[in-house]
Write a protein that binds this ligand. Structure first.
Ligand code: SF4
Length: 171
């Protein structure tokens, strides 16, 4: 039976579910995972290059739900999808230090839920109205919503939520 993933599911359990991925590296052929917490430091240590050089040579900054966030560059330039720069014929060349999102995974049978969990726990900023508005658009366009991830669960104050969505609260 499929496990129930909610916004509050513990990271440990999420990583176990991510491990169930068939690991055929499909994700790595079509994109890369976002860096969270100590990922930058860990990859820098693993590759034995300083963080500044790592960022310049291998990473790119993306704007996600109004948050600036790093991910490994793609080999394809000017395309939103393509092979991760760290992917080679043996798989992930930084496997021991790969970004948290790669560990969480997004292509197992729990793919949609895992992506939604990552978004809720590491990307969405409930204190940033623009982030909340972009999350509302994500939901409107059919994005997966976990238990604990409904707009009214994120911003329980109905009046405040209405003002955020109506651009009456800008920041
Ligand atoms: S860092 Fe590794 S696991 Fe993550 S997308 Fe790149 S090759 Fe794949």
């Amino acid at each position: 039976m499929k496990k129930r993933i909610t916004a509050k599911t513990h990271l440990k359990e999420i990583l176990e579910l991510g491990n169930a991925c068939s690991r055929k590296n499909n994700c790595c052929k079509h994109g890369s995972g976002f860096l969270i917490g100590d990922d930058l430091k860990n990859i820098s240590k693993f590759l034995k290059i300083d963080e500044e050089r790592l960022e310049k040579k291998y990473l790119e900054e993306k704007d996600l739900f109004n948050k600036k966030i790093l991910r490994p560059r793609l080999k394809t330039k000017d395309k939103p999808y393509g092979e991760c720069i760290f992917f080679d014929e043996n798989g992930c060349s930084i496997n021991e230090a790969k970004p948290l999102q790669c560990k969480v995974g997004n292509c197992s049978e729990y793919g949609e839920e895992l992506s939604a969990w990552f978004l809720l726990n590491y990307i969405l900023d409930k204190d940033d109205p623009e982030s909340v508005r972009q999350y509302a658009l994500y939901i409107k366009s059919g994005g997966k919503v976990l238990e604990g991830g409904k707009l009214e669960e994120i911003i329980p104050d109905k009046n405040k939520l209405k003002k955020i969505l109506g651009y009456e609260i800008l920041r």
